[in-house]
Design a protein around this ligand. Structure first.
Ligand SMILES: [Zn+2]
Length: 187
């Protein structure tokens, strides 16, 4: 696909109009059939311009072995692209035909502390089920998850503060320290 420089205040509509204009310059404008075919091609290229093909959100969590290892989806709390080790947000659970508990996934997080920051404490079921699945992912039963950095600490929101990388590192440090405190340093 050709690279397009988007200038300030230039919209996709402007690009569209100029692309059609260019097509008209290069086509035999008396040949209407060819021109409209060309426009259809331009139209389909424009539709794919945003360029990012996002992964599909997994519908369910069943166990660690079948859970995804990476994703290009974003954290429900802080908006960072998750990458490795996505943590699921669980809102309900049921048994499937094989008598396995199947947990319904409604989003992903970059780190467990982002889960705690996101979930309304009044949504007790979501918090309880999500902690249960986090426990399955790490192989340790957790009673709780610590809160993490407030996302307003991110440079992205105020121009000063933490980079995305620092934000995630701080949250993972908080998480590891929490596990060490609650499990005698065994994690
Ligand atoms: Zn996050």
């Amino acid at each position: 696909m050709s690279k397009i420089l988007f200038l300030r205040d230039m919209s996709i509509k402007d690009y569209h109009d100029s692309a059609i204009y260019l097509a008209k310059q290069t086509e035999d404008i008396d040949d209407n059939d060819n021109l409209s075919d060309n426009n259809i091609e331009i139209e389909s290229e424009i539709l794919s311009l945003p360029g990012i093909k996002y992964d599909n959100l997994p519908k369910y969590f069943i166990d660690k072995d079948t859970w995804i290892e990476t994703t290009n989806l974003c954290c429900l709390y802080c908006g960072i692209t998750i990458g490795e080790n996505p943590w699921p947000y669980i809102t309900s659970a049921e048994e499937n035909a094989n008598l396995q508990t199947v947990y319904e996934v409604n989003g992903l997080f970059c780190s467990p502390p982002c889960i705690k920051n996101y979930i309304n404490p009044q949504h007790e079921q979501a918090l309880r089920l999500t902690i249960k699945v986090v426990s399955k992912l790490i192989g340790i039963t957790c009673e709780d998850i610590p809160r993490g950095e407030n996302k307003q600490q991110l440079i992205r929101y105020s121009g000063i503060g933490l980079t995305d990388k620092e934000f995630k590192e701080n949250n993972m440090k908080t998480w590891i320290a929490f596990l060490n405190n609650t499990n005698g340093g065994g994690y």
